[in-house]
Design a protein around this ligand. Sequence first.
Ligand SMILES: [Zn+2]
Length: 488
Amino acid sequence: MPDLSVIKSCFLSCLLVLLQTWSSQQDEQSQLLLVSFDGFRWDYVNRVPTPNFRALIDEGVQVEQVENTYITKTYPNHYTLVTGLHAETHGIVANEMYDPIHNRSFSMEGPEVYNAWWWEEAVPLWVTNQKAGRKSGAAMWPGSDVAIGGTYPTHFLSYNASMPFEARVEKLIDWFLGPEAINFGVLYWEEPDESGHNLGPESPLMDVVIADIDDKLGFLRGKLKNAGLYDKVNLIVTSDHGMTQLSHDKIIELDTYVSRDLYTWIDKSPVVGILPKEGKLEEVYSSLKNANPNMVVYKKEEIPEHYHYRHNVRIMPLIIEVKEGWTVMQNRNGSFMLGNHGYNNSLPSMQPVFVARGPAFRRDYTKASMRSVDLYPLMCNILGLKPLPNNGSLSNVQDLLVETSTPKPVVPPKPREPSYAWAVGSILGAALVIGFLFIFVQQQPAWSLEFKSDRYPRYRAKAEYTKSNMGKDATVEKGRAIIKIIAD
Ligand SMILES: [Zn+2]
């Protein structure tokens, strides 16, 4: 009796070879996979060992900090990455929006997300790719399960937060190899944003979450290698924004300064749109203008031009921007998070990671900074597509690519020069943290923390420190810490 598992494995291997042969017979289009780990701050790669990020950096390029677009929230920035447009131009100006012309409200958890006209002030790259006769695949990228301009991605997944990362990766690999093979894919994962909000980025538990993301990147690399795609597909790993630590001591309560009868509150801290009731704009503005030194209130026409956040009806007549680490609420009964983003995009803490490798990219090359709007013309160049009008510039990032005509890239000054003192400080800091954790774990043989999110109610996470090895359903092991992400 032949071993069924051997037959099965032979059959699968043959199928894979056939698919690869079929795939290689397709015309040789450049292939590109854009991955976003939501809320992966630029410096997380330096915080714990991240061997998979390191491998991509060694084999490709790293941009140390990416200046994303104002406001540094998830939906605006994910749409910027695939359009090259600032939020005022692509129209997804916030996670929660109000459109006064259509008198409709958009919330990222609500059904309006699927109303395509919210998205149709711009055309995402997957649509442009398809208009050029190619195929695109999208795994949960914001807006990718919406028929923008009447067009869905060739292959896509309807948003389902409980679908594991690994299943999303396997879908994408299938799409790269299968019939109607894609040459452009986008992949979205909710972490480490979710944990960053719940734990705060300064929590030592975030080390575990970051290590888990690195493992997930390792899974993706392994799958690409097994499918024979690793050296064909240009892989870009980036994010929409960073994360900063909040404090209960830094809360601004708007009810202290102005009656909520005078305005409608749009979106959430730290940049809030204020829609004054008819004829109440000046009253609301003067009540708030000098009310608190930790917030700035702008009339729409006063918003600094370099924010690129003024010219859209979905930007409210007044906006409040609070200083880093502060939370603005109507009163303290509102929900409070230990970590948040959305603050000014010039703040290093708001800026995301960027690494990339593949045939189009140079090897072992580091650049100090770029703007997220420059990614779109870069991706169009790799895909051989004519970019639509955008706010980016290929010349700003062409030095990342192998066939660059720029002999010596112009590297903008680093926002923070690493120094000897900085290095010594970092080493001492790391030693202190490790020492603290060691002593802490020795004294406390086991403890656990469970948290659940209002934003993603189907998800809860359990973090544990333990002296012994973890159970087989643990997703990551780093030192003595484990974290479990459990879908209800
Ligand atoms: Zn995000």
